[in-house]
Design a protein around this ligand. Structure first.
Ligand SMILES: Nc1ncnc2c1ncn2[C@@H]1O[C@H](COP(=O)(O)OP(=O)(O)OP(=O)(O)O)[C@@H](O)[C@H]1O
Length: 357
């Protein structure tokens, strides 16, 4: 199951220490110098209450100052956004009844301070050459750059393969929609494949964050591969959801919470869309409303698409409508009615060709 809170924690903290930022340069210097370090971001009331001693410095942050100050014992406290160095050589005294699984004193202190205050705490290990970030109950250790790059590239390759399979099933689904031969099975399969692709996308996004400047190329590849998939999923759910008044985004969120096993189960997806297995067999045919296909027609506003579906109920109905009948729909004149007909024929033709590639 995807932990959304953990995901946003990772994004937030990785944004702070992404390669190329002054804070990261400073941390890397401390790591290389083998002095170790304990850094707290933000001097909140809660932090104030657990700080003992130290020097008030209050100077702009530079990687060189951080490096020099880390030579002293104790913790360094930065402003919330890391732009200023506020204190150095401080002793942190968090509540020692807070559970910590860390072994060394520095790391245990970091974890307890993060849990007690909710501030971001960074621990740079002297012996193990690792940087660990703590915030609230979350912990994240920055891995070696080369290793992340390799993992990110492998994930992009996996994404490419999954995306190719997904594209083929989307083409098949589209062709079957025009033939009015779609069953729940195809719909469930496409939803399952989309969600798998989205999961790989989020994994890669975390690598991109961690890679900072180095991740730009991977971010571009990712964007090219899956840029409009979210929109496509939204329309797909709108096409097949049993109760059209339910917000497709709510269904999408539930989809993200599912385990991989649940995702592969057609009956779970059917239930998610609001169909019960007893009344609807998943081999039974089902008609799309037409949002996904109609959005492929260029310059056709969403309001008109809604009017069309409201009037003709589904894609089949819209396909069968004559130019005169289309013309009667609010917002559609004769020229636009012709454009809709032509657009649908063109999309259908292309899908039938692509289906056999
Ligand atoms: N409560 C604390 N407040 C401020 N600094 C602390 C605190 N506890 C430990 N430190 C810092 O950590 C250093 C000792 O850490 P220790 O070696 O025990 O931790 P560790 O978690 O094993 O880290 P490392 O992997 O770097 O050795 C101290 O010299 C001090 O600078």
């Amino acid at each position: 199951m995807l932990d959304k809170q953990r995901d946003s924690f990772i994004r937030e903290v990785l944004h702070f220490v992404a390669p190329g930022t002054p804070l990261r340069d400073g941390i890397d210097n401390v790591l290389r110098a083998n002095t170790g370090g304990l850094i707290v971001l933000g001097y909140s009331e809660k932090i104030k209450s657990i700080v003992d001693g130290g020097f008030f410095i209050n100077c702009p942050f530079t990687p060189a100052y951080l490096y020099e100050l880390a030579k002293m014992d104790g913790a360094i406290i930065l402003s919330e956004k890391g732009e200023r160095i506020l204190y150095a050589n401080t002793q942190l005294v968090p509540d020692n009844t807070i559970v910590s699984n860390e072994t060394g004193i520095r790391h245990r202190t970091a974890e307890r301070v993060a849990k007690q205050t909710g501030n971001l705490v960074i621990s740079i290990s002297q012996r193990r050459q690792v940087i660990t970030l703590y915030k609230g109950a979350y912990r994240y250790s920055l891995k070696d750059m080369e290793m992340i790059l390799t993992k990110a590239n492998q994930a992009v390759q996996t994404l490419e393969k999954y995306k190719a399979v997904l594209d083929q099933s989307l083409t098949n689904l589209g062709a079957l929609e025009f033939e009015e031969l779609v069953t729940f099975q195809e719909v469930a399969q496409v939803i399952h494949r989309i969600e798998l692709v989205m999961r790989i996308k989020y994994e890669i996004l975390n690598y991109v964050m961690e890679l900072g400047n180095e991740g730009r190329l991977i971010a571009m590849q990712l964007n090219e591969l899956v840029s409009n998939l979210e929109e496509e999923t939204y329309h797909l759910i709108k096409d097949y959801i049993a109760d059209a008044s339910i917000d497709p985004e709510a269904i999408n969120q539930k989809l993200k919470q599912m385990t991989n096993e649940e995702l592969m189960d057609d009956t779970v997806i059917m239930r998610l869309l609001g169909y019960s297995q007893r009344t609807n067999s998943y081999e039974q045919s089902v008609s799309p409303r037409g949002y996904r296909i109609l959005h492929k027609i260029q310059r056709l506003p969403a309001g008109i698409i809604n009017n069309l579906i409201h009037r003709f109920e589904n894609l089949g109905g819209i396909m069968k409508a004559s130019i005169e009948e289309l013309d009667e729909v609010q917002g559609i004149g004769r020229t636009r009615a012709k454009k809709i007909k032509e657009g649908l024929s063109r999309i259908q033709e292309q899908l039938f060709i692509d289906r056999h590639i």
